[in-house]
Write a protein that binds this ligand. Structure first.
Ligand code: MOS
Length: 763
């Protein structure tokens, strides 16, 4: 009999099982719509069946006859809420199309009435009995629809400051030895989180509690307060778990303040669970994009000129854009780069963040074009990327804090067996199946934002961490508990974590893959404050205190130093010396380079994100390389993906188990974005057609065969105290290009428009 290996200490870097695993698999985890309410009324939304025009009149007679009906709220009797500013322009809102204000309709599926009843069923029945007469005008649905307008993104949107540019693209491209010019398209997509867009609003006197799945409880709290015209201190947003969000729950949608206002008027809690179809229009989506890429290279494959032009759809009133040229112009060494992002306004709901918002569409274009260039040069696509690898981004000349792109390609290639691939297209097959191998790079900016935390440590080691972070399936509870466990030297099991509540110390939006870096940095800093107090108490000798300070590390000091501290804290002795049984500390952390107003903004629900290529003298990204095998049936054109392999480097991995899940999920989603997912638009009506999970295609188990995640170790002490780059949005980038590159390898046919449809294949 062998002896069991010693239990690893449950702390940073260990594959600790999820903190919330048992709660989730036993059904104990309470999601927003699960929270029991005292005598709730139920709301059901009525949404517009036209995309543009106005409401002439409502006929509510049939709806009013439904048993259990309480009220029907339309623009004619709704409270007029205050305006809301777009999240991406410094506000809180997902859209400035604010319903129930006038008779005007600006998008299909706009909220036009809210029916409130004693039961969900009665509210739904009455909602379907509401009759509406409209005067409809022809909407402009998408690119090339008459009536759209197009303008450069720069200057319209606070978050898109610049079209990156360096050197003289036109001249360099003109004289380049080898040239590629190609256009690419990506489709509309919707997040379709399992958990629907729910909201429950409960008033207690003049205080409001909102139970709603949110990626940003501080943003929602402040945004709703602003719309209702009340003090933000009177609003609390609670959600211990979010059942999927992917960006769709990061900003405030119009539904929340409307339901809060109705609940206030009724003097009763009101609960809304919007239908899945309604989720397509009352929240955001990934807009369709178009790209033109031009690459000039020399015969050796060194890039001499690169131009990326992107166009994105947005709504009439809002300039939302993802602007992925920030990334694509900086990924490879190239002396002459130019870019341009335009926003095309259509009669649509306002789009928004959806997992890796900029990189999914823009890297599809770049990484497809790189493969086209490799084919033209008759060069291995990995070798092409090696020849253009750089430790300095070409636009501002800033060094990458660390960059393991080529190491990822090497490790990924090994795991995949890239060496077995025959380079010529159409050279591999088995029976009726054409086989293709493709690869692509992925990257995602390392981002961080100010965060605060409160930590309470007891003499017996029990620890409570409070921070208004968000469990969106990412493993937030787990990594926060790990950070505290590591820093305080207490077992993981003794740490309890409170998140998802705006009464807790503020944390940023759980978006842009910043959560682990931001929340863990704040928690580690506050744990350091506790250690300092205990060290001081137990080591009255000044010289020893100084030594402790040195080894423990504060603020920006890399945590590795603290971990290796040769002075572990003896809790009981330290507490005895302190003469207390509990120590509690609160602290506010901000990343290097965060603006002066960071902490004030943080409390007001505004994110001051730092990172990516926008840092002063450096650039920080996580990287990866993805490999796929496709098998295409030569008769039916069925496309199967028997193998997906991704190798990733993202700084310190807080927990390989949760990281693996994120990356695996990303690879699957990336495959989905290439082969399955698209929201179909009926251009006559600017209406989403497949607004349900039966028609909106997502992968099922049978679509997913082998998925392999390789995690490279990478140490980066230039990003944040936790050394964490963030990887939630790393793996679903580039997969779409890798698949199209593999399809080219299998068939000799280049697909430049997603998703790939069987009928597009001309074999
Ligand atoms: Mo994400 S799209 O940053 O939730």
């Amino acid at each position: 009999m062998s002896t069991a290996a010693p239990e690893p200490k449950a702390n940073m870097g260990k594959s600790v099982p999820r903190y919330d695993a048992a709660a989730k698999v036993t059904g104990k985890a309470q999601y927003a719509a699960d929270v029991p309410l005292n005598n709730p009324a139920f709301a059901y939304l009525v949404t517009s069946s036209i995309a543009k025009g106005r409401i002439d009149r409502f006929d509510l007679s049939a709806a009013r006859k439904v048993r259990g009906i309480i009220d029907i709220v339309t623009h004619e009797n709704a409270e007029k809420l205050k305006e809301a500013k777009l999240f991406s322009n410094g506000g809180y809102a997902s859209t400035t199309i604010q319903p129930l204000k006038t008779a005007d309709i600006a998008q299909d599926g706009q909220i036009i009435a809210v029916v409130v009843a004693e039961t969900f069923e009665a509210a739904r029945e009455a909602a379907h009995a509401v009759k509406v007469s409209y005067t409809a005008t022809d909407p402009a649905a998408t690119f090339d629809s008459p009536g759209t307008t197009s303008a450069r993104a720069k200057g319209q949107l606070a978050q898109f400051k610049e079209d990156p540019k360096v050197g003289d693209f036109a001249r360099a491209f003109d004289t380049a030895e080898v040239k590629i010019t190609a256009s690419y398209e990506t489709p509309t997509q919707h997040h379709n989180p399992m958990e629907l867009f729910a909201t429950s609003c409960v008033w207690n006197g003049d205080s409001l509690t909102i139970y709603e799945p949110s990626q940003y409880v501080y943003g929602l709290k402040n945004g709703v307060a602003e719309q209702l015209g009340i003090d933000a201190d009177k609003v609390r947003v609670v959600n211990a778990y979010v059942g999927g969000a992917f960006g769709s729950k990061g900003s405030m949608t119009p539904r929340t303040a409307i339901i809060a206002s109705i609940a206030r008027r009724l003097g009763r809690p009101v609960k809304l669970v919007a239908g899945r179809d309604q989720g397509f229009t009352i929240a955001t989506y990934r807009a369709e994009t178009r790209h033109q890429i031009q690459i000039g290279a020399d015969h050796d494959g060194k890039l001499v000129a690169l131009r990326h032009e992107g166009e994105e759809i947005s709504s009439r009133p809002d300039a939302y854009a993802v602007g992925g040229t920030k990334t694509t112009t900086r990924l490879y060494a190239c002396p002459n780069v130019e870019s341009l992002v335009s926003i095309v306004r259509a009669d649509r709901n306002t789009p928004g963040f959806m997992r890796s918002p900029p990189e999914v569409p823009y890297m599809f274009a770049l990484e497809s074009a790189m493969d086209e260039l490799a084919v033209k040069l008759n060069l291995d696509p990995i070798e092409l990327r090696r020849r253009n690898d750089t430790m300095t981004e070409p636009i501002g000349g800033k060094p990458y804090t660390s960059r393991s792109l080529m190491a990822c390609f090497e490790e990924g290639a090994k795991a995949f067996g890239w060496a077995e691939r025959k380079p010529e297209p159409k050279s591999m097959s088995e029976g009726d199946w054409l086989i293709g191998h493709g690869c692509a790079a992925t990257c995602y900016p390392t981002q961080m934002a100010p965060a605060a935390a409160r930590v309470r440590l007891q003499r017996d080691g029990r620890t409570r961490v409070e921070i208004a972070g968000h469990e969106i399936g990412n493993g937030a509870y787990t990594v926060i508990a790990q950070a505290a466990s590591e820093k305080l030297g207490v077992p993981f099991e003794k740490v309890s974590v409170l998140i998802g509540d705006s009464d807790l110390p503020p944390a940023p939006v759980a978006g842009g893959s910043n959560s682990t870096a931001s929340t863990c940095s704040a928690v580690m800093m506050v744990c350091d404050q506790i250690r300092q107090r205990l060290f001081k108490a137990s080591m009255p000798d000044e010289s020893l205190v100084d030594k402790a300070k040195e080894t423990v590390g504060l603020g920006q000091t890399p945590v590795t130093q603290a971990t290796k501290s040769d002075r572990p804290l003896n809790l009981e002795q330290a507490f005895d010396a302190l003469g207390a049984s509990v120590v509690e500390e609160y602290g506010e952390w901000k990343p290097e380079g965060a603006p002066l107003d960071s902490f004030r903004a943080m409390h007001q629900g505004h994110v001051r994100m730092v990172g990516g290529g926008e840092m002063k003298d450096k650039i920080a990204y996580a990287f990866g390389a993805e490999f796929v095998e496709v098998r295409i049936n030569r008769w039916t054109h069925e496309i199967r993906v028997p193998r997906l392999v991704g190798a990733f480097a993202a700084g310190r991995i807080m927990n390989p188990r949760t990281a693996h899940s994120q990356l695996m999920g990303g690879l699957i989603w990336g495959m989905s974005s290439a082969l399955l997912e698209a929201t179909e638009l009926d251009e006559r009506y600017a209406r989403y057609v497949n607004d349900n999970l039966a028609d909106y295609l997502v992968p099922v188990n049978a679509d997913v065969l082998n998925v392999e995640v390789v995690l490279l170790s990478e140490e980066d002490n230039h990003i944040n105290p936790a050394g964490v780059k963030g990887l939630g949005e790393l793996a679903n980038v580039g997969t779409n290009a890798a698949i199209c590159n593999a399809i080219f390898h299998a068939t000799g046919q280049r697909i430049r428009k997603l998703p790939v449809r069987l009928e597009d294949l001309k074999i």
